[in-house]
Write a protein that binds this ligand. Structure first.
Ligand SMILES: [Zn+2]
Length: 196
C-alpha cells in the first residue's frame, strides 16, 4: 500500500505505541496474507537499521509481512549496498518514507568507541565509524554518552549522505513527496523517538 510520507510516519508511530503498550494487533502473518502478497509487494516504508537481535522493525512497529522494506547492517551503516537497497525501495517499489534508525546499547557502536583490538572483516564495519568517533572524543564525550553521540551523529550523516551518494534518491527527493527521517530506538523501553 503506497502511503504519503506523513501517513507512513503516522502508521509507524501508532504501531510503536501499540507495541510499547503491549497491545499489538492480532498476528496476521498467516497463509491468507502470504497468498495476498505473494505476487507483488507494496511496502509503505523503508527502514534502515542495525542487525541487533533486539531491534526487529516488524515487531517494534507492529507490522507484518509486506509492510516494511527492511535493510539491516551491524551498526546501521551506509555502504554502497545499503544505498542501492534504498534506491530499490524508492524507485522500484515507490516507497515514500525512508527511516534511518539507530538504537541504544549498540554493540557495533560500543566496539567502535572502545580501544579493543579487532580482527577480520568486522574491522571494516568499525572503520566506517572511526572519523565520527575521533570527532566526538575530541569534543570530550566518554563512555555511554560517547556511544550515544556517535550513534546519533552517524544517523545524521547518513541522512545527508543518502541523497549525496545516490542521484536516484536525490531525484526522488527533489520530485517528492518523499521523506528521509531519523529515528532512535530505545532497547529498554521499546520506544522509538523521532528526533536525534
Ligand atoms: Zn546495533
Amino acid at each position: 500500500m503506497i502511503l504519503s510520507p506523513t501517513d507512513a510516519l503516522r502508521e509507524l508511530k501508532e504501531g510503536n505505541a501499540r507495541y510499547v503498550a503491549g497491545a499489538p494487533r492480532p498476528w496476521r502473518a498467516n497463509a491468507e496474507l502470504r497468498a495476498e502478497v505473494s505476487k507483488d509487494q507494496s511496502p509503505f516504508a523503508c527502514i534502515v537499521t542495525c542487525s541487533d537481535s533486539r531491534v526487529p522493525p516488524e515487531i517494534l512497529f507492529d507490522q507484518t509481512i509486506g509492510d516494511l522494506f527492511v535493510i539491516r547492517i551491524a551498526g546501521t551503516l551506509l555502504t554502497p549496498e545499503v544505498v542501492g537497497s534504498v534506491e530499490f525501495a524508492v524507485e522500484a517499489l515507490d516507497v515514500k518514507l525512508v527511516v534511518v534508525m539507530a538504537h541504544s546499547n549498540c554493540g557495533a557502536i560500543r566496539a567502535a568507541v572502545s580501544d579493543l583490538p579487532l580482527r577480520g572483516a568486522v574491522v571494516s564495519v568499525i572503520a566506517r565509524l572511526s572519523s565520527i568517533v575521533a570527532i566526538k572524543k575530541r569534543q570530550g564525550f566518554t563512555g555511554d554518552e560517547l556511544a550515544s553521540e556517535v550513534s546519533r551523529q552517524n544517523t545524521r550523516n547518513m541522512l545527508e549522505q543518502l541523497p549525496e551518494q545516490s542521484p536516484a534518491i536525490y531525484d526522488e527527493l527533489s520530485a517528492g513527496p518523499i521523506a528521509i527521517h531519523p529515528a532512535y530506538y530505545d532497547v529498554a523501553t521499546g520506544r522509538v523517538s523521532w528526533t536525534l
